[in-house]
Design a protein around this ligand. Structure first.
Ligand code: 5AD
Ligand code: SF4
Length: 374
């Protein structure tokens, strides 16, 4: 019995696919080299932008032929897209050959769903779930081991679907994280540990005995072993001086921060509900550069947010010029059903979004040539 997993989206999903692989291997499945050889195919989906969803729809559609040839093939859809009830229903209607559609919180029970599939098609979407600590991971990222430290997000940036499909922030107990990392280090296969969370800087605030992200970083660095530690993603509003100091002082921590700015304009930042200003963002960058002179800094930007004017977009261009990031990701704003921004007036035409994203990426290329950063 063989499995094949198709993963869309961010590192969180890549890591979650390692969990899915762990579950399937425990059930006796082994990896298939290609989907044609698989007895079970899992699509771990992403909902962050419309483009991601369209790709999933196209690729799941292509499985119809395979299922015709191989009647016993089990097809599973999971991840952020399927956590949305309306999308999950639409997927079941569009793809009658799919066997299991489950939400992000149902994953621990994947084995039960597979066992039950012989009785008929399965659709289940829980609205909340506990962080499960018992699953084995099948680590697949070379000498890097991903370690999830929290799930969900409380920020509700107005463009973002994540809080709706991943729930509220829930931190793992520090001891569980330390134990997992000790086990990883004991295997002696991994040189790098990367901590994952939607907003790692607010780690620990929700625990019964709250601890700070800075303390977690220090405690991990105190573990025996030769490894580098990094983390993503940081939210500018929560990146404390203490965290910057720990990055500066701990040799094991990689001198790298991914710090999504999203926009360089204060009106747009407020509309996005980012809870910082351009000036605050720049002051954090200054602090990082003063305390960690060799620190690489990267960022995410969204262009064409509802009502963004050309001048406001120019503020994003000027921020990129001013900071001289090591690299940036630039995204065209994509309305996500159920989010606040999708209902805002004055949505920007696609042609303008295209123009702005190209301008931003060209500016970034020009800066990198000039500064020799790439
Ligand atoms: N449209 C475009 N980009 C988005 N991102 C998140 N939501 C959207 C959206 N609706 C971007 C943000 C975030 C990155 C992971 O994806 O820049 O930092
Ligand atoms: Fe989305 Fe904002 Fe949370 Fe990041 S911090 S996951 S952009 S809501």
């Amino acid at each position: 019995m063989k499995y094949f997993i198709v993963t869309y989206g961010c590192q969180m999903n890549v890591h979650e696919s390692e969990k899915i692989a762990g579950i399937l291997e425990k059930l006796g499945y082994t990896p298939a080299d290609k989907r044609e050889e698989a007895d079970i195919i899992v699509f771990n989906t992403c909902a962050i932008r419309e483009g991601a969803e369209e790709r999933v729809f196209g690729n799941v559609g292509n499985l119809k032929k395979l299922k015709k040839i191989k009647k016993d093939l089990i097809i599973v859809l999971c991840g952020c897209m399927t956590q949305k009830e309306t999308t999950a229903q639409k997927m079941l209607r569009t793809f009658p050959f799919v066997d299991i559609v489950i939400g992000t919180f149902n994953l621990p029970k994947l084995g039960d769903y597979i066992a039950a599939v012989k009785k008929g098609r399965q659709l289940e979407i829980w609205q909340e779930g506990e962080i499960d600590e018992i699953l084995p991971y099948k680590r697949t990222s070379g000498d890097n081991a991903w370690v999830n430290i929290m799930q969900g997000c409380n920020n509700f940036c107005t463009y973002c679907i994540v809080p709706y499909v991943r729930g509220r922030e829930k931190s793992r107990e520090e001891q569980n994280i330390l134990n997992e990392i000790k086990d990883i280090l004991a295997e002696k296969k991994y040189k790098k540990i990367t901590l994952l969370g939607q907003n790692v800087n607010s780690y620990g605030k929700d625990l019964k005995n709250p601890i700070s992200f800075a303390k977690l970083l220090k405690d991990i660095c105190a573990l025996d072993g030769d490894f580098t530690l990094s983390f993503m993603t940081s939210h500018p509003k929560d990146l404390t001086d203490e965290v910057i100091d720990v990055i500066a002082s701990e040799d094991k921590i990689e001198k790298y921060i991914h710090l999504p700015a999203q926009s360089g304009n204060n009106r747009i930042l407020a509309l996005m509900n980012r809870k910082y200003t351009r000036e605050k963002y720049l002051s954090i960058i200054e602090k990082i550069r003063a305390k960690i002179p060799n620190c690489r800094i990267t960022s995410d930007f969204i262009v064409g947010f509802p009502s963004e004017t050309e001048e406001e977009f120019n503020d994003t261009l000027s921020l990129v010029k001013q900071v001289q990031f090591d690299s940036i990701f630039a995204f065209m704003y994509s309305p996500r059903e159920g989010t606040v921004a999708s209902k805002m007036e004055n949505q920007i035409p696609q042609s303008v979004k295209n123009e702005r994203v190209n301008k931003l990426l060209n500016e970034e290329k020009r800066i990198q040539k000039e500064t020799g950063k790439r």
